[in-house]
Ligand binder design. Structure first.
Ligand code: ADP
Ligand code: MG
Length: 699
C-alpha cells in the first residue's frame, strides 16, 4: 500500500550534515516533499552551439580550444582565458580561482564551457563560466534549477530531489487518487507530470513551463487545489460531528431588551445577519461564522446581540479585540448596553487585559471561573493560561485578521480545551472584506455573513489626494475647521525600518501642529506610550477636549468617535490600500460632512510608484469596502493580499487563486464527491500534500 509518510533517509540520522539541515529547514523531509519541490526554471544543457551564433545575454553551451591563459592585474587581479572554436572566440574571466583550475584550462585543451555570454566592447566574454573537458555526453533533459537556500548547493539539492522522486514513484506515493470518471479531459497522470517537471524533454517550450500553463503544471495545480478543498471539507465534517450548547433566547428576553435600549434601530443588513447568527446559535453544532462588514457598518451591536443570546441561555460569552483601546471601547459600549439588563440577573461584565494589575486580573479570573461574569471582554489576555471559564458558550473575535496565526491557533486550542461535552460557538468579525473567490477557497470551512449596508445618516467622505507641498495650506484650513468645533485625526505613517524614526516623525508633527495651530488642543497617540496614557488621550479626544489627534496607526482599528470628521494621512503613498480604507473609516460616522486628505510625497526619483498611484486613485474613486478589496487583490495578488498571517501558511505553492479560477471551481465541486465516493483516496490525496500542515488550515 502506498504511503506518503516514510521519511527520506536524511531524516533518520541523528547527526545531520549542513546540507541535510538546510533540506529540513526547507521542509524537505519526506520523499514526497522532495518530489513536490519543483524547479523554479530550467537550463538547457542538451545541446552545443557554435560560438558565432551566440547572442548577447544568452546562456550558452559550446566547445572550444583554449588559446590563451594569463593572469592580469588590471583593473584587478584576474585570470583571463581565451577560447576559440574555429569561427569565433570568447574570453572567460575569473576573479576567484585556484591553481588546479588553471591546469584544466591550459592552452591547447579542448573544453566544454557554459555561462551567460556578454557582448562587451572587448568582444564576447563570460565571467565565471562553468566548464568541463569537451566530449562528454550531453544532458537528455532540460536541467532543473530548484529554489534553494544558503548552505544547500544546487547539485546536492538536485540529487536529493531526483532520488526522493524516484523512491516516491517506486513506492506508488503518487498513484492516481481520482477515479477516471472524475478526471477532466486531458488531465495528465500525476506521476508523469511530476517526472516531466523534474526532467522535461528538450523539445518542450520553456515558455509554457515558465508561465505554468503546461499540462504537467496544470495537473500539479489541480492536485494542490483539490488537497486544500478536501482538507476544508474534512474540517467542516469534523465540526458537524461536534456538539455545542443550544443558545436560544425566549421572547422578551435579553436580546430583545437589548434592541429596546439601543438609541437606533438595526439596518436591514444587521437584521439579516443577526438572524443568520441566531439560527446558528440555536443549533447543536458549533457555529463557525465570519461576520464581515465595512468599517462603520455596525458589527459591534451584532456581536452584542449574539452575546445577549448566549447569556440569556445561561452561558458565558468572551469577546476578544486585538488592541486594548479597542477592547476598552467595546467594554464601555457593552457595559452601557448590557449591564443594566444583566444587573437584575446577578451577573456582570468582566474585563481582561495584559496591562491590568495582577490583583485585578486575578479577581476577574475568579469571577469568570465561578460563572459570575457573564460577558468577558478583553485583549488576547482572554485566552491566556489561568483563565478558566465556567461555561463558555460563545467566543467572539473582533478584527480577527489582526490576530496572528499563533494567536488564532491558541484561541482554537483554548476553545477546544473549554469544550467539555460541547464546544463553544465561534463568531469572527472582520472589516477587511474578502473577495468571494478568495473567501470560498481559503475559508471553505467557514460560513460568511455580510453587512452590505451602512447605517442611515452617514455622510459620504470626500477624499482628496494632495502633494506634500500643499501641507501649509492644509494646516490653515484645518485651523478654521477646528475653530468650528470639528475634530480631526492626523495620521503619520509607520516607518518599517525603524520604529524609533516612526515615533520621531509623529512627535515632530505633533510639535509642528501645536505651533501652527494656536488655541487648538493637539494630542499625541503612539504605540510606545504606556497604556494608561493612551487611554487618557483617547478619553480626551472622545470628550471633544482634543481638537486634533496626531497618531501613528494605533487608531487604525475600530476606534469610534462620531464627532471626528476630518482625517489627514501623511505619506499616504506608504500605506496599503486596505489600511487607508480602514483609517478613512474613522470619519464619516457623525452627521457632519466628512473629509479625508491623503498627502503624498514623491519618492527618490521624483515619482510615485505605479502601485502607490493605483492605491491613491482607488481611494479617490470609491468608498465601497468590497470594491477596495477587489482592487487591492488586483494590485497585490492573492498571496500577498492574504499574507501569511491571514492564510496561516503559504498553502498554495503552485496554484494562483486569481488566475486558476477554473481549476478552483473544479476542485470545489470535486472535493465533496471524492470524500463520498472514495474517502480512503481522499485522505491519501490530502496527506501527500499537506503532511503536518493541516493544523494551520484551522487557524
Ligand atoms: P464596525 O462595523 O466598524 O465595528 P461599529 O460597530 O463600531 O462599526 O459601529 C459604528 C457606529 O455606528 C457606532 O457608533 C454604532 O453605534 C453606530 N451604529 C451601528 N448600527 C447602527 C444603526 N443601525 N443605526 C445607527 N447607528 C448605528
Ligand atoms: Mg468594529
Amino acid at each position: 500500500m502506498a504511503t506518503a509518510e516514510s521519511p527520506a533517509p536524511a531524516a533518520s540520522n541523528t547527526k545531520l550534515s549542513a546540507p541535510q539541515k538546510a533540506l529540513r529547514k526547507l521542509g524537505l523531509v519526506r520523499d514526497v516533499d522532495l518530489a513536490l519541490h519543483l524547479p523554479l526554471r530550467y537550463e538547457d544543457e542538451t545541446q552545443l552551439v557554435p560560438l558565432a551564433q551566440v547572442r548577447d545575454g544568452e546562456v550558452a553551451q559550446f566547445e572550444a580550444t583554449v588559446v590563451r591563459s594569463d593572469i592580469s592585474y588590471r583593473p584587478r587581479r584576474q585570470w583571463v582565458v581565451e577560447v576559440a572554436d574555429g569561427e569565433a572566440t570568447c574570453t572567460l574571466r575569473f576573479f576567484h580561482f585556484y591553481p588546479n583550475q588553471q591546469k584544466a584550462l591550459a592552452v591547447g585543451q579542448r573544453v566544454r564551457v557554459r555561462g551567460e555570454v556578454r557582448g562587451g566592447f572587448l568582444g564576447r566574454q563570460i565571467v565565471h563560466p562553468s566548464y568541463q573537458p569537451a566530449g562528454g555526453a550531453l544532458q537528455e533533459a532540460l536541467t532543473p534549477v530548484y529554489p534553494t537556500s544558503a548552505g544547500l548547493p544546487q547539485a546536492y539539492l538536485r540529487k536529493a530531489v531526483v532520488s526522493g522522486l524516484s523512491r516516491a514513484l517506486k513506492r506508488g506515493a503518487f498513484d492516481e487518487t481520482l477515479p477516471p470518471h472524475l478526471q477532466p479531459r486531458g488531465l495528465w497522470p500525476l506521476d508523469q507530470a511530476l517526472h516531466f517537471l523534474h526532467h522535461p524533454a528538450p523539445a518542450v517550450s520553456l515558455a509554457t513551463l515558465e508561465d505554468r500553463s503546461h499540462p504537467a503544471w496544470q495537473r500539479l495545480k489541480a492536485e494542490e487545489l483539490l488537497a486544500q478543498q478536501l482538507s476544508q471539507w474534512q474540517a467542516r465534517r469534523e465540526r458537524e460531528a461536534l456538539r455545542a450548547p443550544i443558545l436560544q433566547a425566549r421572547a422578551g428576553g435579553l436580546p430583545e431588551q437589548l434592541l429596546g435600549v439601543l438609541p437606533f434601530g438595526l439596518t436591514a443588513a444587521q437584521q439579516r445577519v443577526t438572524q443568520e447568527i441566531a439560527q446558528d446559535l440555536a443549533r447543536a453544532q458549533p457555529m463557525h461564522r465570519l461576520l464581515q462588514g465595512d468599517v462603520g457598518s455596525g458589527k459591534t451591536v451584532v456581536a452584542a446581540f449574539a452575546a445577549a443570546v448566549a447569556i440569556e441561555s445561561g452561558w458565558q460569552c468572551a469577546l476578544m479585540a486585538p488592541t486594548e483601546i479597542l477592547a476598552e471601547q467595546h467594554f464601555r459600549k457593552l457595559i452601557d448596553w448590557l449591564e443594566p439588563l444583566l444587573a437584575s440577573r446577578e451577573r456582570s461584565v468582566a474585563w481582561l487585559t495584559g496591562s491590568q494589575r495582577k490583583k485585578d486580573r486575578e479577581a476577574m479570573q475568579a469571577r469568570i471561573a465561578q460563572g459570575h461574569a457573564a460577558l468577558i471582554v478583553g485583549t488576547h489576555a482572554v485566552i491566556q493560561e489561568g483563565v478558566q471559564f465556567a461555561r463558555l458558550g460563545l467566543a467572539i473575535i473582533d478584527e480577527q485578521h489582526r490576530f496572528g496565526v499563533a494567536q488564532r491557533l491558541a484561541l482554537r486550542r483554548k476553545i477546544g480545551a473549554e469544550a467539555g461535552e460541547s464546544e463553544p460557538h465561534l463568531l469572527m468579525m472582520s472589516a477587511t472584506p474578502i473577495p468571494r473567490t478568495l473567501a470560498m477557497s481559503v475559508y471553505a470551512d467557514l460560513d460568511v455573513s455580510t453587512i452590505d449596508e451602512l447605517p442611515p445618516g452617514r455622510t459620504p467622505v470626500t477624499t482628496r489626494v494632495l502633494p506634500e507641498t500643499r501641507r501649509d495650506a492644509l494646516i490653515t484650513r484645518l485651523q478654521a475647521q477646528v475653530a468650528q468645533g470639528r475634530q480631526a485625526y492626523w495620521v503619520c505613517p509607520l516607518i518599517e525600518e525603524s520604529e524609533a524614526l516612526d515615533l520621531t516623525n509623529a512627535t515632530e508633527t505633533h510639535a509642528q501642529l501645536c505651533a501652527a495651530l494656536p488655541g487648538v488642543s493637539v494630542g499625541l497617540l503612539h504605540s510606545r506610550m504606556p497604556t494608561a496614557e493612551k487611554k487618557a488621550v483617547m478619553a480626551e479626544f472622545v470628550a471633544g477636549r482634543i481638537g486634533v489627534l496626531v497618531s501613528t496607526t494605533v487608531i487604525e482599528v475600530g476606534v469610534d468617535v462620531p464627532n471626528a470628521s476630518l482625517m489627514i494621512i501623511e505619506h499616504a503613498e506608504r500605506f496599503g490600500l486596505s489600511q487607508l480604507h480602514q483609517l478613512r473609516g474613522r470619519v464619516g460616522r457623525g452627521s457632519a460632512a466628512s473629509a479625508c486628505v491623503l498627502l503624498y510625497a514623491l519618492g527618490e526619483h521624483g515619482r510615485l510608484s505605479e502601485t502607490a498611484r493605483e492605491r491613491l486613485r482607488a481611494m479617490e474613486e470609491t468608498q465601497d469596502g468590497f470594491e477596495i478589496a477587489r482592487r487591492d487583490l488586483e494590485i497585490r495578488g492573492p498571496g500577498e493580499f492574504l499574507g501569511a498571517r491571514q492564510s496561516g501558511a503559504p498553502l498554495l505553492r503552485f496554484a494562483d487563486l486569481l488566475h486558476d479560477q477554473d481549476l478552483l471551481a473544479w476542485a470545489r465541486e470535486l472535493a465533496p464527491r471524492l470524500w463520498q465516493e472514495d474517502p480512503e483516496k481522499a485522505q491519501r490525496h490530502m496527506e501527500r500534500w499537506l503532511g503536518g500542515k493541516s493544523d494551520y488550515l484551522k487557524a
